[in-house]
Each structure stands twice: as C-alpha cells, then as structure tokens.
Ligand binder design. Structure first.
Ligand SMILES: *[C@@H]1O[C@H](CO)[C@@H](O)[C@H](O)[C@H]1NC(C)=O
Ligand SMILES: *[C@@H]1O[C@H](CO)[C@@H](O)[C@H](O)[C@H]1NC(C)=O
Ligand SMILES: *[C@@H]1O[C@H](CO)[C@@H](O)[C@H](O)[C@H]1NC(C)=O
Length: 430
C-alpha cells in the first residue's frame, strides 16, 4: 500500500513534536482560516468545516453532477431543467450535455463543505472539499492557465521549499461526459487539523474543466475514499488519510456535517459530545474504493420496511439517492410532492410541507432525517418550493448516502483490519 520513497510524519503524533508545529500556527495571519483548527493531544485532530456563504443551490445541477461523478450520462431533462433554473450560461450548459471538455466536474461547492488545509513551507492555505467518494488530493495550481483560475488560491510548488516533483507521474480524473481535469504530481508537507504528513502526494492541476473554475471558493479536493480509487499513474499514491492513519489513536475519521452551519471532520478519535445515541456499526466493502455498506431497511415516518439497501457514504455528494420504489414510498406521504424532473430536475415539494422523517436502518438502529433536511433547498432563491433531499438513483447505478443523509447523523468511517461504518443520532440544533 505504502509507496517506496514516501514517508510520513505526524507532527503531533510523536511525543514532544507538537512544539515543532506551534511556530507555524503562531505565525498564521489574523484571518488565517487555519485558526479554526482545534489542537488536541497526540494522534487526534478536529477540523471545523466552514460553509461557503455565497453558495446558490441548484437541484438539477446537483443531480447532473452526481450523474457525471459516477460516470453515467446526464438525461436531457436535467440539462433543460438547468437551463431554466441555473445562472450558468446556455452555452456552458449545452457544452456539458454534449460531453465536450467544459463539462460538469466531479464535485462542486453547491452544498459541499470546504476545509482549510496547509501545504508546503512556508504554509500555503487552500480550502478543500473533503470527499469520501474519491481518493485524490488535488489542487488548483500555478501550472494552470490563468484563464482557468476563477478566484481560487492556487498551490505554488515553486514557492515551497519542501516541494519536490514526483517525476514521471501524472493524474487525471475523467467524467461521464468525457471531459477531464489533470496535471502533474508534487510531494509536499500537508497539514490538516494539526496533523501533518511530510510527504503527501498532491495532484497539481494543469487544467480543470470550466465548472471547477466557477467554484471560486473551492481550491481543490481531498479524497477520503480507499486508495484503490487514486488516479495517480503509473503508480497510485496513498491518500492523506492512508498516510496519517497509522499514526492516529484509532484508524478512523468522523463526519459531523451540519445543516446550514459549521460542522467538523475529526481524525483518530470519537468525540462523545457529538452524538446523542449509541454508534451502530455495519461492515464496509471497500472494493472498488467507496465506503459501501448495507442498511437494514428504510422507513417513512414510523412505517419501517426491512428491505436492505446497499449504497455508498459520500461526503462529496449533496443529496440522498435511492431506488425509485423508495422514492415513491417516501413522497407518497409528502403533501404536495411532485415529480418535477422536467422543470427542476427531480422531486420537489412545498418547503413547509408536513413531511415525515425519512429513516435509515443501520442494524437495529434508526437514523431519522427530518423534514427540514428532506426539504433540501428552495428550487430557486426565495422560492417556497423545495428540491427534495431524496432523489432517484435510477440511472446512477449506485445508491448514494450523500450530505442529505450524513447531515442528520454522526458518522464514523473506520478503516481498520475490517473496515466498517458507524452511524449515530445527534442533536440537530434546529
Ligand atoms: C520526504 O521525501 C524526501 C525526498 O524523497 C526525503 O528527502 C525526505 O527525507 C522525506 N521526508 C520525510 C520526513 O520523510
Ligand atoms: C512560480 O511559477 C510560476 C508559474 O510558472 C511563475 O509565474 C512564478 O514567477 C514562479 N515563482 C517563483 C518564486 O519562482
Ligand atoms: C409502509 O411502507 C410499505 C413500503 O413502502 C408500504 O407498502 C405500505 O403500504 C406502508 N404502510 C402504510 C400504513 O403506509
């Protein structure tokens, strides 16, 4: 798994080394986002996620991007719905639908969460989307044509004394429509939430597709999937989590994503204050690299159906995608719900509808997603019609437990000998 020539150091893992890191933290400028980092003892880190305050939700775009991420072509109705509801130019939307180079990227910030990460010496701070549905750490860089930078902070390896190029290696992520982002590979120091990997492989973008450029608040992605999905060639490289895992108290990270608020990713420990019910674990099948697990069933309000659903836990996908039968069972109980895929790209309903909880069964435990999350976001700014948090996975080829499900829970991603995922309820605070 570990690649020859790469070593890691967890600055806080070895006793006494916390001191070595503190000058860096002491030097951060006043509004440095890394000051959100909370320091803990050895082998632990907590990162507060900071929500992009300028995001505008577009349901059709969210569904379309999920299609592209999982390599399936986008249905025509989604493109038409985007034209009707998105501020993206017609030309840009049409380019996406015809599969040209300007197509929709793997992850965007519509409803994603970005986390500050420092790279290099002296540290450069970039805000990355932590994505359990992919396994590359890649960033905007000063190798890109300036026209492809849309306000992002590019990583400048030539301004880092600790950067070395990983010769002969490159990375490339292709999307369902044939477009791609890619570049060369550098090895540098990466610090996340006070945990440092000295020699982390970083995909330096030389080109990105246009909708990445439009996400001005996202400087790149940090994959939290299993290493098998890594796209660096000829030799795959370990993810940040792969590298840091051995030095953590426990080989896990947890997500506490929040609805319209700052949440956290924690590495190496479970914070008992972040969940209010016991954690129930279920096995994970890490092949081909996703956090794949199987529920014990699903429920609509108090009506639980013991039909297991296999899917992936994906922090980098906005919504919850399940089979049509489940989508129908849920929305038949939501007053005013309509399948508006031609207009908006999916099921919509009045934002204030008395919608029942959607329930996920994890073993004997039940995780309830309340109406407030199920009414994911207004279809257009100010609208009283909301895009549903649950949409059809038909056509995607995979069920996805994205942010709409993860936000309702405290989730443990444990990559020990036998990988497993744990779900617990939490106080939602709304
Ligand atoms: C990182 O890699 C470089 C070059 O391969 C090596 O010289 C250096 O010792 C490594 N650093 C650590 C801390 O392992
Ligand atoms: C780093 O590289 C960029 C892009 O090639 C260049 O514009 C810049 O001047 C370089 N900076 C330094 C300090 O060498
Ligand atoms: C409970 O859910 C199942 C599966 O969706 C459905 O067939 C059944 O009609 C529901 N029962 C009630 C009382 O709504």
């Amino acid at each position: 798994m570990t690649t020859a020539g790469l070593w890691l150091v967890a600055a806080l893992a070895a006793a006494g080394s916390a001191v070595a890191l503190s000058p860096k933290i002491g030097n951060t400028v006043l509004n440095d986002p890394t000051s959100n980092t909370q320091q803990f003892g050895a082998g632990k880190a907590s990162i507060k996620q900071v929500r992009n305050p300028t995001y505008e939700f577009n349901g059709a775009l969210a569904v379309l991007k999920t299609h592209l991420k999982y390599g399936t072509s986008a249905p025509d109705y989604l493109v038409r719905a985007m034209l009707a509801t998105s501020s993206a130019s017609r030309a840009e939307v049409l380019r996406r639908s015809t599969g040209s180079a300007a197509a929709v990227p793997i992850n965007d910030m519509d409803t994603a969460y970005i986390t500050p990460v420092t790279i290099g010496t002296p540290p450069q701070t970039l805000w990355l989307d932590f994505d359990s549905g992919s396994s590359d750490l890649w960033v905007f860089s000063n190798y890109m044509p300036p026209a492809q930078l849309g306000g992002q902070t590019p990583y400048a390896p030539n301004k880092s004394t600790s950067a070395t190029q990983l010769g002969g290696h490159s990375w490339s992520i292709r999307y369902g429509d044939g477009s791609n982002s890619g570049g060369n590979v550098f090895v540098d120091t990466v610090t996340v939430g006070g945990l440092t990997v000295a020699n982390q492989s970083i995909g330096c973008a030389q080109q990105v597709s246009s909708s990445f450029t439009r996400e001005m608040h996202m400087d790149g992605l940090a994959g939290l999937g299993f290493g098998t999905l890594n796209t660096i060639r000829p030799q795959k490289q370990p993810t940040f989590f792969d590298n840091i895992k051995k030095t953590l108290d426990k080989p896990l990270f947890t997500s506490d994503l929040k609805h319209r608020a700052e949440g956290t990713y924690d590495f190496g420990y479970i914070d008992p204050a972040k969940h209010s019910t016991p954690i129930t674990y279920t096995p994970v099948n890490p092949s081909p690299g996703y956090w794949t697990f199987t529920t014990s069933g699903y429920g609509v309000g108090s009506n639980f159906t013991a039909t297991p659903l296999t899917g992936i836990a994906d922090t980098g996908t906005t919504l919850l995608y399940l089979p049509d039968s489940v989508v129908r069972a849920y929305y038949s109980k939501v007053p005013g719900a309509v399948d508006a895929r031609q207009t908006y790209g999916g099921v919509v309903f009045p934002c204030d509808a008395a919608a029942p909880d959607f329930v996920i069964g994890i073993g004997a435990a039940r995780i309830a997603i309340p109406a407030k999350i199920m009414a994911y976001a207004p279809v257009t700014r100010g609208s009283k019609t909301c895009f549903g948090g649950l949409q059809s996975s038909g056509g995607l080829g995979v069920n996805i437990f994205g942010d709409a499900a993860l936000k309702a829970a405290f989730v443990v991603f444990e990559a020990g000998e036998v990988p497993r995922i744990g779900w617990a309820g939490k106080k939602l605070g709304f």
